[in-house]
Design a protein around this ligand. Structure first.
Ligand SMILES: [Ca+2]
Length: 474
C-alpha cells in the first residue's frame, strides 16, 4: 500500500482525490476496456518492454486485482457479461460474433449454435444507470449485434464506432472505411486517437448529470498497426520477457496515451474526485502467431493466451480507482471477473436492480473498501474451437484451485494457482476428493444455467482434425 506522498506522485491532484464519492452524490463512471490485452501487457504488472506510464499511474492511484479475469477467452461473451452481469453460458452467447464458424469441419465435436446478438430483453448496465439519471455513451467497439441491437438500443444515449465488427479493417483512415461501418476520419487519422477525441469531447459536455462513459478500444486487437514514430522507438529497444513486437508495443502506448488524456480531461473538469474508473480487458493477450506468422505478445508466466481457458486466455489487467474509497496503490488478491461489474456499479450508483434481471456476478465493493470478498466459485464455459486453436472446455476456480475440463475427452486437470501460476503440475490424480468435488460442481453449474454443450460431429475425421496449439515462446 502506498503512502499519501506516493499517491501525489501519480499526477492526479490531491484536491480532487480527497473528495469522497461514497456520499449521496452517485459517482460518475469511466469504464475502459482494452481488446485482447494480456495480463502482462502493462508496466505495473511486470512488462519490461511495453511502456504504460498512465496506466501505471492509474494503478498507483487505485486498487489493482492480481486475479482479475475476463468472463470468457474471446471478445463478445465478455462484453455481454459486462453489459448484463450474467454468465455467457446463461446468455447462450459464448462465442465471438458473428457468424463465427466455430467448428472446424473434421473436429471431434460440433459446437453449439449461439446467439447472434445480445437480446434486448436484457437490462443492461447502461439501462440501469440511465434510470438513475446517468448520461451514457459507448465510444468504441461493441461487437454485440447488428443494427437493432446496437448500444443505442441497449441504454446508451450515444454510440460512436460501435457496430457488429470485432476489429477495424485498418487503424488508419481511410484504411478502415466501411469497417467499423459509418466511422469517418481525417486522412491518416489513428482510430485509437479518434475514439479518445470523441470520448473527451463527450465528457466535456457532461456538467450536471452523473455520467457513464464506456470506452472499449478496438486496440490492441489485430490488425497490428501502430503510429510509425512510436513503433520505431520500440524497434530500437531490446526485447524483454518474450515481448518484442514494436508495432504491438506502440499500439499499447497509444492506448496508454488515451488513458492519460481521459484522466486529464476529468481532472480539468474538476470531477476526477467523484469519478470511478474501471480498467480491464475482454480476454487475454494473443500468444499465438495470429499476425503475419508472428507471436503477438507473451503472457508468460501464464499458460497460452486468447481463445484458451488456461490463465493466459482469461486472466487480464484489472484495476479500479474509486476516489475516497479505494486505497491508493492497494492490491487485492481475491478473484474477480467481468460478471461482477454490473452489480458493483449498480451498488456504487445506488441504482436498484431490476426485479426481472438478476446478475450472476457479485458486487466487489467489499474488496474496493479493503475487506475480503465472500468466498465463491468462478465459472467459464467455452464449448467452441477458437481461431487460436483452443478446444471446447469448461473451467472453474475455487480459492487457489483451478479446474479445466476438456469436452472432447472428458479429461480434466487441476492446478493450484498460488503455487503453480503457469498451470504445469496437474494435481487431479493427487487431490482426488477435491478434484471430483470441483468437477461435479462445474457440471452441476452447467446444468443449472442451461449451458449449451457441443455434440459429436458426424464428419469427425481423426486424420484431418485440428492440431493442438504450439506452446508460445516464454
Ligand atoms: Ca478480444
Amino acid at each position: 500500500m502506498l503512502s499519501r506522498r506516493a499517491f501525489l506522485s501519480t499526477g492526479f491532484s490531491s484536491a480532487t482525490a480527497a473528495t469522497a464519492s461514497a456520499g449521496p452524490r452517485p459517482p460518475n463512471f469511466v469504464f475502459i476496456l482494452v481488446d485482447d490485452f494480456g495480463w502482462r501487457d502493462t508496466g505495473y504488472n511486470g512488462s519490461r518492454y511495453y511502456e504504460t506510464p498512465h496506466i501505471n499511474a492509474l494503478a498507483r492511484s487505485g486498487m489493482t486485482f492480481t486475479d482479475g479475469y475476463a468472463a470468457a477467452p474471446v471478445c463478445s461473451p465478455t462484453r455481454a457479461a459486462l453489459m448484463t452481469g450474467r454468465w455467457p453460458a446463461r446468455l447462450h452467447l459464448t462465442a465471438h460474433l458473428q457468424g463465427h464458424a466455430s467448428t472446424p469441419p473434421h473436429a471431434k465435436l460440433r459446437a453449439p449454435v449461439t446467439r447472434k446478438e445480445l437480446p434486448l430483453s436484457e437490462v443492461t448496465i447502461a439501462e440501469l444507470l440511465k434510470r438513475k439519471g446517468y448520461a451514457t455513451a459507448s465510444i468504441g467497439k461493441w461487437h454485440l449485434g447488428d443494427p437493432g441491437f446496437l448500444p443505442t438500443d441497449q441504454g446508451f444515449d450515444v454510440n460512436f464506432a460501435g457496430t457488429w465488427d470485432g476489429s477495424p479493417k485498418s487503424f488508419f483512415y481511410p484504411g478502415w472505411e466501411g469497417k467499423p461501418a459509418g466511422v469517418r476520419g481525417r486522412a491518416g487519422e489513428y482510430l485509437t486517437d479518434l475514439l479518445t477525441d470523441r470520448a473527451c469531447e463527450w465528457l466535456k459536455q457532461q456538467r450536471s448529470n452523473p455520467f457513464f462513459l464506456y470506452l472499449p478500444h478496438y486496440a490492441v486487437h489485430v490488425p497490428i498497426e501502430a503510429k510509425r514514430e512510436i513503433a520505431e522507438r520500440f524497434s530500437r529497444k531490446p526485447a524483454a520477457g518474450g515481448q518484442n513486437f514494436a508495432e504491438y508495443a506502440a499500439m499499447i502506448y497509444s492506448v496508454d496515451e488515451s488513458v492519460g488524456r481521459v484522466m486529464r480531461t476529468i481532472e480539468e473538469m474538476g470531477v476526477a474526485g467523484h469519478t470511478a474508473v474501471f480498467f480491464t480487458a475482454d480476454n487475454g493477450g494473443v500468444s499465438s502467431r495470429e499476425w503475419r506468422q508472428r507471436q503477438v505478445t507473451s503472457n508468460a508466466p501464464l499458460r497460452l493466451g486468447k481463445g484458451h481457458l488456461y490463465e493466459g486466455g482469461i486472466r487480464v489487467p484489472t484495476l479500479v480507482r474509486w476516489p475516497g474509497v479505494t486505497q491508493p496503490g492497494s492490491v487485492c488478491r481475491d478473484p474477480v471477473y467481468t460478471c461482477d461489474y454490473y452489480a458493483t456499479m449498480a451498488e456504487m450508483a445506488g441504482a436498484p436492480l431490476d426485479s426481472s434481471h438478476r446478475p450472476d456476478g457479485a458486487s466487489i465493493t467489499p474488496a474496493l473498501r479493503g475487506r475480503p470478498m465472500r468466498e465463491r466459485s468462478l465459472y467459464w464455459h467455452y464449448p467452441h474451437y477458437s481461431p487460436q486453436l483452443g478446444r471446447p472446455a469448461g473451467a472453474m476456480r475455487r480459492g487457489p484451485w483451478k479446474l479445466i475440463e476438456h469436452m472432447e475427452t472428458g479429461r480434466a486437470e487441476l492446478y493450484h494457482l498460488d503455487r503453480d501460476l503457469g498451470e504445469r503440475a496437474d494435481l487431479s490424480g493427487r487431490e482426488t476428493k477435491l478434484f471430483e468435488s470441483m468437477r461435479a460442481e462445474l457440471r452441476g453449474w452447467r446444468a443449472k444455467v442451461g449451458a449449451q454443450m457441443p455434440e459429436p460431429n458426424p464428419d469427425f475425421d481423426p486424420a484431418r482434425e485440428p492440431q493442438p496449439p504450439v506452446e508460445p515462446l516464454p
